[in-house]
Write a protein that binds this ligand. Sequence first.
Ligand code: AMP
Length: 299
Amino acid sequence: MSVLIVGSTALDSIKTPDAVNPRLLGGSASYASVAASFFAPVKMVGVVGEDFPKPYLQLYRKHKIDLEGLQIVAGKTFHWAGEYEVNMNNRRTLETELGVFESFTPHLPKAYQDSQFVLLANIAPSLQHHVLEQMRRPKFVVADTMDLWLNIALPDLLKLLRRVDGFVLNESEAQQLTQEHNLIRAAKKIHRLGPKYVIVKKGEHGAILSTRENLFVAPAFPLDRVVDPTGAGDCFVGGMMGYLSTAKGSIDANLRKAMVYGSVVASFCCEGFGLKSLTRTTRVAIDRRMKILETLIRF
Ligand code: AMP
């Protein structure tokens, strides 16, 4: 089983208190696709400009990411710049240059249209919707988002939510969307908007899964040094979808373990700038951390 992932494909310039790294490989689809690739074959949909560095295409290929759905067009690749404070939970966006994203329409190659597991990673909800329109009968569709879309594209996002199985968002976005501070109540309100599975990401404090019947709390893997948390949320959901697509049995039976896998993959992402640390890891190292995390939470 493969995973179809649509989202942003970007050049990221990241500033932390310790270093500045310009034009790294970034974007929600890049992070999520590399994360998912440790578990399953990935088909990626996105757009880059002619300035997109060749070694970044090679990196996708190294992870066996199918690039038939990646458009390479005239113009500049989407560029995002962000700066972290000493407390890395605080980040501000310095610059967003849409470039080729401004006129992007995702087209699904024929071979992608039957995909069973679909991750609509962070990108404008109208584009996420456009991808869904081209799918035949996906088994499990999850959408991610960001505060920007709550601010400027809420009607599109609400329309999308009626069509997805799962919705992933962070704590402050859940609060903004529902006007509820309490996350359990916020999740209940989000169920009423459509999604059966609501996953609220809480950064270094893990993630909560809410279904109509149950709750689950997935821990984050504790790290004593975070180099760059950019893309950790994308890696979480990418890893989760990658594992789910290969696990035997129902979504309900596998989703909790899938979230813990997502946490572990995200932890590797945080240990280096951009995708540097994650691309160096292996499935064996991921499984080793799964075992450690299991012992940390058993009681
Ligand atoms: P995260 O740290 O999970 O919020 O994800 C960071 C990634 O989101 C970076 O690689 C950015 O390139 C990407 N990103 C930033 N702004 C946007 C946007 N408006 N649309 C899509 N992706 C974005």
